[in-house]
Design a protein around this ligand. Sequence first.
Ligand SMILES: [Fe+2]
Length: 339
Amino acid sequence: MFAEAAYFTRKPDWVAGLVRVGSLDFWRGVNPHLNITHHPFTRPIQSYPVGEPDLEQALEQICVEGYLHIPPAISTEICQALALGVTRIIEVGLHPIYLSLYDEYWQVLRNLSAVMEPVLGKDYLALGDFWCWCISPETAPSGWGPHRDYQFKANTTRGDGRPMLVTAWLPFTDTDPLNGCMYLIPQNRDPFIPNQLEKTGFRNPQDIRALPARAGSIMAWNQYIQHWGGHSSKWAKCPRIATGVYLQSADVDPYVNKPVRFDRELSFEHRLGFTASNILNYHMYHNYPQPVLRMCFEQIQALPNFVPLVPPALRTLMADYLDELEDVRECPPADPVRE
Ligand SMILES: [Fe+2]
């Protein structure tokens, strides 16, 4: 079984345990040091401080090489809180992606404004497209293989090279080659940019750039950059715990209908819908077991206009399941699926 799917199946009673995923009280109990409210953005923005030279380099580098890398800016305290959150989620037999149920996860994204506003513009927004990783020999032994995010065929860069959409990649623990840090090919060394984006590879191994990064660093890249996570080693000092999430400019329509605006509420059910849509999106790579898919089919319904968010290959399965669910609902007195 793929490591990403195996997070769900580690406990003997894992199928029955999936019912916990929909319970807000359960998640509060898993990580009492983190918060879940419907309004994660009521506190004033506490933008992480970034030095002027680092910011200047970042703005030039993302135009020239397609990515930026800011030294640790996110507070140590919040990195440790989120890394602990992931550890506890795994301990209860669930996937690190559920870190996104907590307010602090979203507050971090909003507080990247010192870096992201100069790149994306004022009032940038997040998209409910994200993932969380815990790379270690015991959990998932390596990061994802070489790929370009290149999910949206629309233009995602401006004339001056600034992206309108980035993948923000944020490590909450220190990452280095021993625990599977990120690698990429700078876009000006990539032989397939701009005309052969369906291909991956490189001209010269020396073009590969390793991106070891301390906890709290801020990385981001455009849609075209080839990148991947390395394989972990038994000599790794700690797991590589990190998240990747789309952030985009406010002056273009959301690239996917899952916008998160930092001046609006974001309910628990909505966040759960996001996790469901992301798990379904990556099913073709990770092969999640049927009970997990069924859970996601239920939870994704919290998102408005959710059907287009389900990969076409899964829509028949979802339609069959939702019909079945409807039958169950019509059968009083109890709803054994939803209880
Ligand atoms: Fe990626």
